[in-house]
Design a protein around this ligand. Structure first.
Ligand code: BTN
Length: 262
């Protein structure tokens, strides 16, 4: 369980004015975030749960959420338009990567759009959702799940071979605050950059430097079509530019598989 005092004492926030709610168990921190917005929450809010009984991933997948993992959702007040949601997700990916590096994890890379990998194995994921109370205001929910103190032998078979965890890599348990704090502080710092520069360009540069996807042969499933190509660039709106044998395609959402280049 996260220690509220310890958590608050390690925050160095300036852009986010964060309230914090801690739970022992929730169905999903994103679902709880949605409830809080509908109930009239009016502030930036961090919701953390020790485990989830119905953790959700992208594309309607489930997110394995036993005790030991780190599960949290950040509710952000409407300050950026809904069109910046994909860019804000990329910002969180950079923050999670930097947070993992700060506790000694090397070789952290980002897989478009929202996976955090160590070597080729997934260590964390991000689920971004928008909630509109009226047509004017869109609240952003950034849900982040990290395989922290979960033994690889506990993972379900279908994801075990493609997953890793902090405890597996460091060979010791770490406290939730030691990971949550640098990540939240980093999200805040990156938001400060976006506010100062009025642009996500610096975030995109950082994302590209951490990318495991750019320069790779990939298979794209965008929900309507499946095709292969070469991941050439990340565009200013956060979409992925793919060079295919029939020309260039822009991918704004979907599933990417990294292919071997031979
Ligand atoms: C993915 O890689 O598919 C995204 C996974 C996101 C999981 C996190 S855990 C905290 C938050 N609550 C959820 O139900 N999902 C996100």
């Amino acid at each position: 369980m996260v220690d509220m005092d310890l958590l608050k004492s390690c925050f160095t926030l300036s852009s986010l004015k964060l309230q914090v709610k801690l739970f022992d168990s929730l169905d999903s921190t994103n679902a709880e975030a949605k409830k809080q917005i509908i109930k009239g929450n009016k502030q930036d809010l961090l919701i953390v749960s020790s485990h989830q009984t119905a953790g959700r991933g992208r594309l309607d997948r489930t997110w394995f959420s036993p005790d030991g993992g780190l599960y949290f959702s950040l509710i952000l007040k409407p300050r950026l338009g809904p069109e910046s949601a994909p860019l804000t997700s990329l910002l969180c990916g950079v923050a999670v990567a930097n947070g993992l590096q700060s506790i000694g994890i090397d070789h952290v890379r980002l897989k478009w759009p929202n996976d955090i990998l160590v070597m080729e194995d997934k260590i964390a994921g991000i689920l971004t959702e928008l909630v509109s109370i009226d047509s004017l205001e869109s609240w952003m929910i950034l849900g982040i799940g990290i395989n922290q103190n979960i033994s690889i032998t506990d993972f379900p078979d279908e994801i075990a071979s493609r997953s890793t965890s902090v405890v597996r890599i460091l060979e010791r348990e770490t406290s939730p605050e030691s990971l949550l704090c640098p990540i939240i502080n980093e999200i805040d710092r990156l938001f400060g950059i976006v506010e100062t520069e009025q642009s996500f360009i610096s975030i995109l540069t950082s994302w590209k430097a951490l990318s495991a996807t750019l320069g790779r042969k990939v298979r794209i499933d965008d929900g309507t079509r499946v095709f292969k190509g070469y991941a050439e660039d990340l565009l200013d709106d956060g979409s992925l530019l793919i060079l295919t044998e029939n020309g260039r395609e822009t991918v704004t959402m979907g599933d990417v598989t990294h292919l071997r280049s031979d």
